[in-house]
Design a protein. Structure first.
Length: 281
């Protein structure tokens, strides 16, 4: 048995979440960090239960609030490998504002989004990535909103690692996860994840018919091609690393964080702090 273990989950049999949890475990085994060196963070939702199912450090935030504690943990403890594992609603809907502004910060964290194009836990309402016209129990005439394109948004905001994977292709998913975790800076992987109970449209078969892998002739360093690939959705859906660029992280730009020990390992100089506080009395 490896260092990483998972436990029984409350997910439906056949749900795409199972493969993502397995792939995460395999990716962490490959990377070789100890479980205590890793923090997995979720918000609320089916996907967001992941931190409860793997033997790393874990944190469950409020709905839409996976990104702020993940960023805070990395700022406080730069030695931690910080991974967000959460849903499309959590990451792009309730957490949309955090998604946008933390891309701009480029903190060195990895963001895996279980994108089932639906609110799974609350039984199938439209999420930000639900296709227009998709009929749900509370959108009986079909979703009227245009779906959000998280990959295009992330690339346009300057994210340095933007990828898409599919929960039905675990081998490929593991490879993308390993590259994303190793990347220095904010890395987004949107993982297409069929919700077998509440999304009867975007099924394993639906994705299998459309998905194709980007091959070695594709250049992930070309931003315009990456944007074009991010917009490809319909009869053909590309998976793989759409965009990759090395760039300075938040810690690289703030010397106080970059140099010296992690904040959690520094001595707090109480007398100095008292002095500052007295200025405000
Ligand atoms: C602020 C807030 N709004 C709504 C909810 C209700 N809620 C809980 S989980 C959920 C849906 C989660 O969807 P997603 O993030 O896509 O995860 P999934 O269950 O599909 O994996 C909603 C709407 C909540 N808990 N908090
Ligand atoms: S409701 Fe959907 S997302 Fe949630 S566990 Fe079941 S199949 Fe998976
Ligand atoms: Mg969802």
């Amino acid at each position: 048995m490896g260092k990483y273990t998972t436990c029984e989950t409350a997910w439906c049999p056949g749900c795409g979440d199972h493969n993502i949890l397995d792939a995460l475990k395999t990716a962490l085994e490959i990377i070789g960090k100890e479980p205590h060196e890793v923090l997995v963070v979720g918000g609320i939702g089916q996907a967001a239960k992941t931190p409860q199912y793997i033997n790393t450090n874990g944190f469950c935030g409020l709905h839409g609030r996976a990104i702020p504690p993940a960023v805070a943990a990395k700022i406080a403890n730069k030695g931690l490998t910080v991974i967000i594992d959460s849903g499309d609603g959590d990451s792009y809907g309730e957490g949309g504002n955090h998604f946008i502004h933390n891309i701009r910060r480029n903190v060195d964290i990895t963001h895996f989004v279980h994108d089932n194009q639906i609110y799974g836990l609350t039984k199938g309402q439209a999420s930000p990535t639900t296709d227009e016209g998709h009929v749900t129990a509370v959108q009986p005439a079909g979703s009227v909103n245009m779906p959000m394109n998280p990959l295009l948004l992330a690339i346009s905001l300057g994210a340095g690692f933007v990828a898409r994977a599919f929960s039905g292709d675990k081998e490929h998913l593991v490879k993308v996860m390993v590259d994303a975790i190793k990347y220095k800076g904010y890395a987004l992987v949107d993982i297409l994840q069929p919700c077998v109970s509440f999304n009867k449209i975007n099924t394993f078969q639906w994705y299998n018919k459309r998905i194709y892998k980007l091959n070695e002739t594709y250049d992930p360093g070309n931003k315009l091609s990456a944007m074009e690939k991010a917009m490809e959705w319909g009869d053909k859906i590309p998976i793989g690393i759409l965009y990759k660029e090395e760039k300075p992280t938040y810690h690289d730009k703030i010397h106080f964080l970059r140099d010296g020990d992690a904040l959690v390992d520094r001595k707090v100089e109480v007398e100095k702090v008292k002095g500052f506080m007295e200025d405000f009395v």
